[in-house]
Design a protein around this ligand. Sequence first.
Ligand code: IPD
Ligand code: CA
Ligand code: CA
Length: 257
Amino acid sequence: MLKQTLLKATEAAAIILKENFNKPFTISNKEGLNNLVTEVDHKSEKAIIDIIRHDYPEHYILSEESGEIVQDSIFKWIIDPIDGTINYANSIPMCCVSIGIEIDGKMEMGAVYNPFINELFFGQRGFGSTLNDQIIQVSNKADVATSCLATGFPYTYLDMANGPLEVFGRLIKNGVPVRRLGSAAIDLCYVAAGRFDGFYEHKLQAWDSAAGFLIVEEAGGKVTDLKGEYYNPYQHGIVATNGKIHDELLRWIDDKI
Ligand code: IPD
Ligand code: CA
Ligand code: CA
């Protein structure tokens, strides 16, 4: 039943993304100049929340654009109505709906759906991860030098030691391909599917990674914070890999190579 509601909500939001794609819609700014929110983010979020509230009125909801519906419940839905809003606003079909479900403080189920190429990633703790119902697994790459990585950059720039620019520079100066798709949830799912060998980012929010990090773990990958410690989506830094390159990638990030 939880899974049904999750998929129903994901699908409802995806229809809204498709219906409004490449059409005129209002765009406004959040904190920074390029931290955008569109009318479609709000519509997508409303569709998701309406479905969850209908099926589970007592559940807690944390959603990017409308904040929290605080409830005394062990169930918490963590929603990103469009991950990759800048792509969406520029008619670039590299974006998705991302919803994770935490039970008693532990992420248990997640769905990430890019409706433009019809790719639905789903993960459930203890049951593995799938892409359109086919089991997926992380890659086998064993060193960073031959890996294909992904990252993202915060809108307000963090020009600090071992910050986003420095780490990116270190990797690309050494010839390591580092992609920047513009959707952290998709980046994570691509690690899960073995398309990327690793992904790191310095400043994510819970809704960016809630579903995707579980999908990576359930596909056999490893997810930690930037120091290699236990990952929870309420802190900003993330490193997600196939497991084999994890310790080495942590050393690249921490300038210990
Ligand atoms: C953003 C994307 C992007 C990441 C940013 C996020 P949004 O989410 O996931 O890849 O680099 O940090 O804020 O704003 O498109 O939902
Ligand atoms: Ca996001
Ligand atoms: Ca978003």
